[in-house]
Design a protein around this ligand. Structure first.
Ligand code: PHE
Length: 492
């Protein structure tokens, strides 16, 4: 509840003009504040709000002011009857005020009990302080005695409210009329010279201005870009990953993934319905080599020894990993074998149940290094240097299994924030079955590794649900406002 008063205390230039409060009871505080602010913005006035606590009376309190407190009214009734008031009649005589009046009159020591009656216990009629206090509050909005005020509040006789007054003074541009303020200086004003007499709205340097709608980089793109820069700095070339659909041949067979491997099941891989199959690759020797290495063995390997199906190999899938792209690139490298470093960061697809940490599609960071006679030690050393650039300096490797690498290692990083080892990737040395089928010489060894882009991004931005990062549930505000990222701070 706010009562409004405009207190004109004094003017700036010519002393007090009026110290009478002008009341504007029908105006909302907001409207008043708005009007004053706009006048102040034109420097016509200077003002300051003054907020006062005011107390108003409840209907019960109003009744007390009018008729006296319950206790005094009870005492009156008791005195009126020479032999006192029958307790049983209190309610009848005083109604709802009776019970409370009786309690308080007892408490004050004004009445006492004699048999079934109440009789007066005072010779003179006491002062009705409750009524007097309430009357004072009604007139002034408050009470000088804070204890009593609190007592009345506790008795639910008062309601707290607020009275807003404004101390208003004339400002430097004080006038009785509001002049039209120009907002823009136009060429016409300059030409005619009218700008000299016009009044311009002052600049508001505090104004925040409307946000300019613009695109925003998705956090995944930001982190991806950081990884790209690290790869470039370490001499890698980016692989073309713009082909989401691959044949089983490139996605699996070239990687020595047998055709019965569970990863090739419908539950794990999305197969394309139309067209259902791809053409066979132009390199027929390679095609035959892959056939052989699976079915009968070749290049010193005994193979898997099962009837390899060309049809299965031609089936189209949404690529399940970017290692399919690495395989294409290494096959190209076989035309002119030499040390090389390739990387890619792009989308892959897996037929997985979606939950807080898995989507049916995610991004893979993939690196491939081909070098003369490089060893597992080189791979570990490279990993150390690569992750150090992201602020990760404690790595552990755990033996793992991939059909296309031997040995294979899962990569774990120590996460200082989470205080535990977390799995960040998978790696290994590509098998001769894969490399020699392509025609790469035995001496050119290739190792590779893969990480998800989502995992470090979620850790970096403190997200625990992948659906907050990708998909239709993403909050655009988050995308627009999230900060840039530097990988040299600890990312994982
Ligand atoms: N393709 C593997 C994965 O999807 C990652 C990997 C790439 C492992 C290269 C070894 C070599 O997890």
């Amino acid at each position: 509840m706010a009562d409004l008063q405009l207190v004109v205390l004094k003017t700036v230039n010519d002393g007090p003009i009026d110290d009478t409060a002008i009341k504007f009871p029908d105006i909302e505080t907001n409207t008043m504040q708005g009007t004053l602010s706009s006048l102040a913005a034109r420097s016509m006035i200077v003002f300051k709000p003054i907020e006062l606590e005011v107390w108003t009376l409840t209907p019960e309190a109003e009744e007390i002011v009018e008729k006296g407190s319950h206790e005094i009214r009870l005492l009156d009734e008791v005195i009126k009857n020479l032999d006192g008031l029958k307790i049983a009649d209190v309610g009848k005589v005083l109604g709802s005020a009776g019970k409370l009046g009786q309690q308080r009159a007892f408490k004050n020591g004004w009445v006492k009990k004699e048999g079934d009656r109440l009789v007066a216990n005072v010779s003179d009629k006491p002062v009705d302080e409750t009524a007097a206090d309430l009357k004072a509050v009604k007139e002034t909005g408050t009470l000088s005695n804070a204890l009593e005020l609190n007592e009345l509040r506790k008795r639910k006789l008062l309601i707290k409210g607020k009275k807003v007054s404004y101390k208003v003074e004339k400002g430097p541009e004080f006038a009785l009329e509001i002049k039209k303020l120009e907002t823009d200086l136009t060429p016409e004003m300059v030409a005619s010279g009218s700008w000299k007499t016009q009044t311009f709205k002052p600049y508001n340097f505090e104004a925040e201005g409307a946000l300019t709608p613009s695109g925003a980089l998705h956090p995944l793109n930001k982190v991806r870009e950081e990884f790209r820069q690290i790869f470039f700095a370490m001499g890698f070339t980016e692989m073309p990953t713009n082909q989401y659909v691959e044949s089983g041949f490139w996605n699996f067979d070239t990687l020595f993934v047998p055709q019965q491997h569970p990863a090739r099941d419908l539950q794990d891989t999305f197969y394309i319905k139309d067209p259902i199959e791809a053409d066979e690759p132009e390199d027929k020797t390679y095609w035959e080599n892959i056939h052989k290495v699976h079915e009968t063995g070749a290049f010193g390997s005994i193979g898997y020894r099962y009837p390899w199906s060309a049809k299965e190999s031609r089936r189209l899938v949404l690529r399940t990993h970017t290692t399919a792209v690495s395989s294409r690139m290494l096959h190209q490298l076989a035309a002119d074998p030499k040390p090389a470093r390739f990387f890619s960061i792009d989308r892959v697809f897996r037929n997985e149940a979606v939950d807080a940490t898995h989507l049916a599609e995610f991004h893979q960071i993939e690196g491939v290094i081909a070098g003369d006679d490089i060893t597992l030690g080189d791979l570990i050393g490279f990993m150390d240097r690569f992750f150090k650039r992201m602020g990760v300096d404690k790595l552990r490797f755990k033996p793992a299994y991939n059909p296309y690498t031997e040995p294979s290692m899962e990569i774990f990083a120590w996460h200082a924030g989470l205080n535990k080892w977390i799995e960040i990737g998978n790696s290994g040395m590509f098998r001769p079955e894969m490399l020699e089928s392509m025609g790469l010489p035995k001496t050119l060894r290739v190792h590779g590794f893969g990480l998800s882009l989502e995992r470090p991004t979620m850790i970096k931005y403190g997200l625990s649900n992948i659906r907050d990062l990708l998909g239709h549930k993403v909050n655009l505000e988050f995308i627009e406002s999230n900060p840039a990222v530097r990988l040299d701070e600890t990312l994982v």
